[in-house]
Design a protein around this ligand. Sequence first.
Ligand code: CMP
Length: 226
Amino acid sequence: MLTVEQLLASSSLFSGLGQRELVALARTAQRLEYRPEEVVIQMNSLGDGLYLIASGRVKVVVPSPEGKEVILATLGPGAFFGEMSLLDDEPRSASVVAQLPSVVYRIYRQDFARLLDTSPSIARALLRELSRRLRRANEHMESLVSMDVLGRLARYLMQLAREHGEALGNGWVAVRRPTHQDIAAAIGTTRETVTRLMSELEASGLLTSEGKMTYIREETLRREGL
Ligand code: CMP
């Protein structure tokens, strides 16, 4: 397990800080632990700080008009969230809920604002990540309009493998499995459809599940053009 200082130094957001700033920031950061389905940030609440993920995985969610959960993104170790309210002074744009047991560090609003004013490296890293998230949102919107559910599932699994998986070196990527309900909420379909399509992918040898893990055959998924 990394120390807070090591976590900050290895994160894209704070890696440009000098040693003194890192030590000062580490001292002000608050460690918080969450169990799966515990709420870290409540949508529409006021922005108290920025969060950096040390371990685990969180989902960014908004309710659909029928009150169902829609997952906008899942974020893993090294990623940050909660920056939007601090930048535009609006209420929280979404809820953030633990998907796996997670440890996060909270950096208070004033401490982050001070750093942003004095460290151009943070502003640059922040803009880079916001651009990346906008690209992702564009891709997602495009896939909702132009792809069928199997295509969206394949793309979701590819992204899951790439961003949250561990390559085993034999063409398979291991990833802690999200529930079928969470997969459905991320690709805009029902849990029953996800269960059926996952079985079909398993039957074709493109993925397999065991215990808490799913193993994804990344190359095959790509080659099949799914
Ligand atoms: P904030 O609005 O303060 O609180 C909710 C957080 O969820 C938000 O900041 C972002 O950090 C995060 N978030 C909202 N939308 C997305 C998205 N499309 N992709 C990744 N993260 C998001």
